[in-house]
Design a protein around this ligand. Structure first.
Ligand SMILES: Cc1cc2nc3c(=O)[nH]c(=O)nc-3n(C[C@H](O)[C@H](O)[C@H](O)COP(=O)(O)OP(=O)(O)OC[C@H]3O[C@@H](n4cnc5c(N)ncnc54)[C@H](O)[C@@H]3O)c2cc1C
Length: 467
């Protein structure tokens, strides 16, 4: 008998689950419940920087979901779950019953509790509406001044988008250095030096005590250390929390998020969770964690979708990874980047920093800093990520890397990491294209001159095309 699936959420975890269910099961009913249109938050900064229109942030429209045979309840909120009787209540009062349910409600920005947080122009940047509101607020200003409260991964992604617009930026971080959950102190010092040279003011080891209203919509941030910073817009980016409040009393096991196993199952039968809301298995640790990143949301969504459709897919665990362009400096960190045994190489004056962390002969974490146009560095980042994802032990190549930290290619090839990556299939078969592009557009590759020699295919000549 055809199953009845309900999916709550409209982000990457939810959409990947919907598409995966359909790949395995053409006949089931699928209902998608989301309070925002289906979209990818990680595309918001490109809209903010003016590189794409709003519509390109969306990951599906009515026609697309109709083609997939999905009934959409958008906008609608799930407000209550009766897990025993398999019933979901929406804010409209509608009750949906289900055979399987996916909870993919993501996370929300943490609120700051200081005077002035309700002033116009003080906000997080997490949703479509938040992005729209910053664009509207700044449209009449020739060079908006923006202050960030919090210097974490998301804050810096947003900061980079504003830097591209040429806005005047400053950052306040209560920890002793920027990106405290992504970089060690030595790497962060390199980032701070890079930012200083680009006119981005950084204030660490202090907090904002109060935001005062000034003239013409301007605000004044008063810091604990007494300093005052002017700003037109204040972005509060102090972290996120999983959207689990509505699940209170449902019987689901909730720790920091909804606890899931290697099949993305919760403790209640036929109820799954995925993405930022889910606390699941991770690589290089026995503890379950929330990673709150897009790759984990996509993997969870695909694994949950396959299992909801009757497959038996287990998941090796997510790799924590944060990669961000900071005003032209690429920063990447993976896995246990704070593990005690590490090979470090640094050239702060050239803004280069590499750290490879070990557990015996196995890389378990890494930090990379280098200029965003350094393709050699970007290749190395990709190769180290591959070593981590395949959990490769390097044997004698560990010694080689300790002596030659810039020569990642040789151990990568010798340990057959590429072959392992090529064999790996999350769902046991090749992934399929999504089948959605805004207004049915085609993907067009437009490599810049610096990339051309790496990504251009061979020119079609008579001999090459006939062979
Ligand atoms: C500006 C920005 C840039 C980012 N850049 C990156 C990046 O470069 N790399 C990266 O890895 N990650 C990035 N992220 C993080 C990434 O977007 C998230 O990890 C990802 O969106 C999580 O996907 P999700 O599907 O779990 O949740 P979400 O994308 O948050 O989707 C959940 C959806 O469910 C809806 N919802 C919540 N509660 C309910 C309810 N009760 N009923 C109905 N609907 C509900 C929410 O409104 C939302 O639309 C970025 C995030 C932001 C905000």
């Amino acid at each position: 008998m055809a199953k009845h699936h309900v999916i709550v959420g409209g982000g990457p975890a939810a959409t990947n689950a919907v598409e995966t269910i359909r790949q395995f099961d053409a006949d089931s009913t699928i209902i998608l419940v989301s309070d925002e249109p289906a979209h990818s938050r990680m595309a918001l900064p490109y809209w903010l920087s003016g590189q794409i229109p709003r519509e390109h942030v969306l990951t599906g429209d009515e026609a697309y979901f109709q083609r997939l045979g999905v009934q959409c309840r958008v906008p609608a909120r799930a407000v209550k779950l009766d897990a025993q009787n398999k019933k979901l209540t929406l804010d409209s009062g509608e009750e949906l019953s289900f055979d399987t349910l996916l909870i993919a409600t993501g996370s929300s920005p943490l609120k700051l509790d200081i005077p002035g947080v309700d002033l116009p122009g003080v906000q997080p940047l997490w949703t479509l509406d938040h992005t729209q509101s910053v664009l509207q607020y700044t449209e009449t200003l020739s060079k908006p001044q923006v202050a960030f409260i919090g210097a974490g991964f998301i804050g810096f992604i947003v900061l980079n988008a504003m830097y591209k617009r040429g806005w005047e930026l400053c950052v306040v971080e209560r920890q002793e250095h920027v990106l405290p959950r992504m970089l060690d102190a030595q790497a962060a010092a390199v980032v701070q030096d890079w930012l200083a040279a680009r006119g981005v003011e950084v204030h660490c080891g202090t907090t904002v005590r109060e935001i005062r209203s000034g003239q013409n919509g301007q605000k004044l941030l008063v810091l604990e250390n007494g300093q005052e910073l002017p700003a037109d817009v204040v972005i509060v980016a102090i972290g996120v929390k999983p959207n689990v409040d509505w699940l209170e009393g449902s019987g689901l096991e909730i720790d920091q998020g909804v606890v899931i196993d290697d099949h993305c199952r919760t403790n209640m039968p036929d109820i799954y969770a995925a993405g930022d809301v889910a606390q699941g298995p991770v690589l290089f640790s026995d503890q379950k964690e929330i990673h709150a990143i897009q790759p984990t949301a996509v993997d969870h969504g695909r694994v949950a979708g396959a299992n909801m459709a009757g497959q038996d897919i287990s998941y090796p665990g997510s790799l924590s990874m944060n990669v961000v362009d900071i005003c032209g400096l690429q920063a990447a960190s993976f896995g246990r980047w704070d593990a005690p045994e590490a090979t470090v190489i640094a050239n702060p004056s050239r803004h280069i920093y590499r750290k490879l962390c070990w557990q015996e002969d196995q890389p378990v974490g890494a930090i990379f800093l280098g200029q965003a146009n350094d393709l050699g560095m970007l290749n190395d980042v990709g190769m180290v990520k591959g070593m981590l994802q395949t959990q490769t032990r390097l044997g004698p190549w560990k010694r080689f890397l300790e002596e030659n930290p810039f020569d990642i290619r040789r151990p990568f090839i010798a340990c057959q990491v590429a072959a392992k990556l090529a064999r790996f299939r999350l769902l046991g078969r090749p992934s399929q294209p999504r089948g959605y592009r805004f207004q049915g557009g085609e993907a067009v590759a437009t490599p810049g001159p610096g990339h051309a020699s790496y990504v251009h295919t061979k020119p079609q000549t008579d001999s090459s095309s006939s062979g």
